[in-house]
Design a protein around this ligand. Structure first.
Ligand code: AGP
Length: 616
């Protein structure tokens, strides 16, 4: 999704905007641009491709400015190109945009009939010219500032879709305008400047005082002041939050890639999610610390987990533990499909949005739908101050720290950890489990970081194994019980990083069709640790071998029988069954990382993908 950064204040260099956009690269993009106002003249440089292409053009920008913006574009309307890159200009007005203008075609025709000539294929250029059209309709001699305010109201009343706009007008050289509807936008506050960005990551090295804009809001920012109003012109007063993320957390800290760093941060991500929320000696779950302040857990008799992608798989995995601990039925729903069914929730339903970014539009729309139908809503998110959290009754942060790699890794294990803690909290509240029983589960929980840490030592052996697998064209993943969602997660990681086709199946489903795919070229990743499902999974492996299929297995240390059946064998420590999925996930993340790297792919920004999907 597009990255946006804006500045108004004492002074900012081209590098300020460039570095801010670097912090937003994880959002996914295919072109970029910067606009800087200097001595009444607007300077704009844009480039197709990665930021390195734009870097070569920074010399054409002024050395400093008191007002400017930067943008990384993830193409929606119009191919990646310099002409389609933002910012877009229309006379004295420059605009950049994250989102989609759904009715841009009808407005474009209107503007063309009024003499506007378009240079790009984008919907954003329509907004630029429409704003220009409104600004120059000024018939009652308003000041440029009042005229721009009026023009923005006219703009937002006419366009439909999702938009986070940054706007500069050369006639108003000390004001940065920010507009938010449907796409994320945050403001940074300091004594000498004000900032706007599509993500906190772009601002934490400049300020930790962050104000989250809400839908239907417009901000007028100057060096010293900020004013926020609604689309109806109603003044808004909101306290900023203090973000604890340090800029250093956004560095690679010695790792070659953010993804590898984040895989290795999984132990601490799990530990930080647990920290302060459980007492393993007493079995006490601290639900206040977890983030439950408004939801009456004692009344809940149904749970829906709503998410996309990896977060959806975290939900499928967590369901095993939630149902086991609470005895409450748990449904796991694809957010993008959720609204197409009749919503049957009520005041006894807890709908949980699972989202690393907290900005996934499908999940946001689904949880809002659930809330309007009377469900209690909880956001289990990683990024603080997110849109999804804003629309839920309660928010529980997973404290995994910034996840920059597009492929989600540490968030996955932290989300599952969080949901296990929630399940214990519900079991405590509803007296489903005794404190002794809860303490026993907590004892297992606190061991997970240590065992995950040990499993990370597999990285070098998996790197060697990956070199033998880069030629693969298609891979199956199978698992039973909690290992099934791990198989789903492993297949997604391989797909999204190595571009190798991969499919996951519940192992029991193999004989219902997919086994037809088995031949001597087909590799199957089999998750077969010594758990309650081991014998049956071993039968599946025998069936694959009998048809000449290749086996990459993940099993328990010392399992010589499994090793004999496998072309490649990865072993994890014997441990309690609840911990096993955490351990089998790690080698799958590492395998996808190493295969993709050996194929020469950009593992932090795989093609076509964005870290946070904020368009439907
Ligand atoms: C995971 O590796 C993918 N990047 C993607 O499936 C992601 O999990 C999905 O888009 C949901 O993102 P969220 O957790 O930020 O809502």
């Amino acid at each position: 999704m597009c990255g946006v950064i804006g500045f108004v204040g004492d002074e900012a260099s081209p590098e300020f905007f460039y570095n801010g956009l670097k912090r937003l690269e994880y959002r996914g993009y295919d072109s970029a641009g910067i606009a800087m106002l200097s001595h009444g003249q607007m300077y704009i440089e844009r480039a197709e491709g990665k930021l390195s292409a734009l870097e070569k053009k920074l010399v054409h920008l002024p050395l400093k400015t008191s007002l400017g913006m930067g943008h990384t574009r993830w193409a929606t309307h119009g191919k990646p190109s310099e002409a389609n890159a933002h910012p877009h200009k229309s006379g004295n007005i420059v605009i950049l945009h994250n989102g989609i203008i759904e009715n841009y075609k009808e407005i474009k025709s209107f503007l063309q009939e009024n003499g506007y000539v378009f240079e790009s294929e984008t919907d954003t250029e329509v907004a630029a010219h429409l704003l220009h059209y409104e600004f120059h309709k000024n018939t009652i001699l308003l000041s440029p500032l009042e005229n721009m305010k009026r023009s923005i109201f006219a703009l937002v009343s006419r366009i439909r879709g999702a938009f986070a706009f940054g706007i500069i007008c050369t006639d108003i050289p000390d004001v940065l305008f920010a507009v938010k509807y449907g796409s994320p936008l945050v403001l940074g506050l300091s004594d000498t400047a004000h900032y706007m960005a599509s993500g906190i990551a772009a601002l934490v090295e400049h300020t930790r005082s962050i104000l989250i804009m809400e839908d239907r809001e417009i901000a007028y920012l100057t060096a010293k002041n900020k004013e926020i109003v609604t689309f109806e012109g109603v003044p808004v007063s909101r306290k900023p939050i203090h973000v604890s993320w340090a800029a250093s957390m956004l560095e690679k800290n010695g790792y070659d890639h953010f993804m590898l760093k984040e895989i290795h941060e999984q132990p601490q991500a799990i530990a930080q999610t647990i920290n302060g929320r459980i007492d393993k000696s007493t079995g006490e779950i601290d639900l206040q610390s977890y983030g439950i302040h408004h939801i009456p857990l004692k009344n809940i008799n149904r749970i829906q987990l709503i998410a996309c992608g990896t977060s959806y798989y975290a939900g499928i995995l967590a369901r095993y533990f939630l149902e086991s601990h609470t005895k409450i039925p748990v449904e796991v729903e694809l957010a993008s499909e959720y609204r197409y069914r009749t919503c049957t929730v009520n005041e006894h339903t807890l709908c949980i949005a699972i989202s690393q970014s907290g900005e996934t539009i499908d999940t946001l729309q689904a949880i809002r739908y659930a809330r309007t139908h009377g469900a209690h809503t909880l956001a289990v998110v990683n990024a603080p101050g997110s849109s999804i959290a804003h629309h839920c009754h309660d928010e529980s942060l997973i404290y995994a720290g910034p996840e920059v790699g597009v492929a989600s890794t540490k968030a996955f294990v932290a989300q599952v950890t969080s949901l296990i803690i929630l399940g214990l909290g519900i079991a405590q509240t509803q007296n489903i489990m005794t404190s002794t029983q809860i303490a026993a589960v907590c004892e297992q929980l606190v061991h997970i970081p240590y065992l995950v840490e040990k499993t990370l030592s597999l990285s070098s052996s998996i790197e060697k194994m990956a070199a033998k697998l880069i030629h693969l064209k298609s891979v199956l993943f199978i698992g039973r019980g909690p290992q099934y969602p791990v198989a789903l997660e492993g297949a997604l990681k391989l797909k999204e990083l190595s571009y190798i086709h991969a499919e996951a199946y519940a192992a029991g489903e193999l004989k219902h069709g997919p086994i037809a795919l088995i031949d001597d070229e087909m590799y199957t990743v089999c998750l077969a640790p010594r758990d309650s499902y081991y014998e049956k999974t071993m039968s599946n492996i025998e069936e694959i071998r009998a048809r000449g299929g290749k086996i990459i297995s993940i099993g328990t240390t010392g399992d010589h029988e499994l090793k004999q059946l496998s072309d490649e064998f990865i072993e994890v420590e014997p441990c309690a069954e609840m911990i096993l999925p955490f351990l089998t996930t790690v080698p799958l993340h590492l395998l996808a990382y190493w295969i993709a790297l050996k194929k020469g792919h950009d593992v932090d920004q795989p093609r076509n993908l964005a870290k946070s999907v904020t368009v439907e």
